[in-house]
Design a protein. Structure first.
Length: 118
């Protein structure tokens, strides 16, 4: 099992920055890929970014490219999401997910709220 705990959310004005963290414990040595997803009120959860745990390859949703950066600290078993130039449409609950196989994400954190005011 893998336990994920997110932190770093909050309220910020448009144009501001936040850094989210997701600490993994349990079978963290088996991590394959990590992802950040978000869910706005009344909308489905959507992909934001993911990262290959060992190689560090990343991918991003078009809506966040150039503004968000996903990274990981291999020794601390922590993945980060640096969010710059935030927009009101970035508002939502941000969830961290983990896959041990490179397939489906079977482990999720509890989520952290990000609110961007206009």
């Amino acid at each position: 099992q893998v336990r994920l705990v997110e932190s770093g959310g909050g309220l910020v004005q448009a144009g501001g920055s936040l850094r989210l963290s997701c600490a993994a414990s349990g079978r963290a040595f088996s991590l394959y890929t990590m992802t950040w997803r978000r869910q706005a009120p009344g909308k489905e959860r959507e992909f934001v970014a993911d990262i290959a745990w060992r190689g560090g390859q990343t991918s991003y949703a078009d809506s966040v490219k150039g503004r968000f950066t996903i990274s990981r600290d291999y020794r601390q078993n922590t993945v980060y999401l640096q969010m710059n130039s935030l927009k009101p449409e970035d508002t939502g609950v941000y969830y961290c997910g983990a896959s041990l196989t490179g397939g489906a994400y079977n482990y999720w954190g509890q989520g952290t709220q990000v609110t961007v005011s206009a």
